[in-house]
Ligand binder design. Structure first.
Ligand code: TYD
Length: 133
């Protein structure tokens, strides 16, 4: 099975345009405690380079496009996010890197917890060790 768990959101569109609604524990499979968004990233920049112990997140490219590399310590998968109706679920102990941001990219992230530096694993070898346990 692939690493990427994609969520297709229902689009409430009509002749005036499109609308997507995101609700905790409904179309988002956790209670949202934090939302952040990344934008204005130069083309040759790579971000992320970490895993989380527990945090669950959904990445949505609301504008433009970017690539996300997912790695569970055994398999790697690259997902291209270029559609505001699709969310990429990233759970705990998944190493991830984001790159190839288009100039207009806005990457919005819904997170299950408040920001907590203690939940981060920045060291790839440590990530592999935690993954094996
Ligand atoms: P960073 O973790 O480097 O971003 P990325 O995952 O894209 O590589 O985050 C940049 C800075 O912002 C860093 O100092 C941590 C801080 N930050 C917060 O204060 N709150 C947050 O919710 C996030 C995601 C980051």
């Amino acid at each position: 099975m692939g690493l990427a768990k994609m969520i297709q959101f229902n689009v409430l569109g009509d002749e005036r345009g499109q609308l997507i609604s995101l609700e905790s524990n409904k179309n988002v499979p956790f209670a949202i405690n934090r939302i952040y968004y990344i934008y204005g990233v130069e083309l040759d920049v790579r971000r992320g380079f970490h895993a989380h112990k527990k945090l669950e997140q959904i990445l949505i490219c609301t504008s433009g496009s970017c690539n996300v590399l997912l790695d569970d310590g055994i398999k790697k998968q690259v997902v291209r996010l270029d559609n505001p109706t699709i969310g990429l679920f990233v759970g705990g102990l998944i190493w991830h890197e984001m790159y190839d941001f288009s100039p207009e990219c806005v990457l919005m992230v819904l997170a299950s917890e408040h920001y907590d530096e203690a939940d981060y694993i920045h060291d790839y070898e440590r990530f592999l060790k935690e993954e094996r346990q």
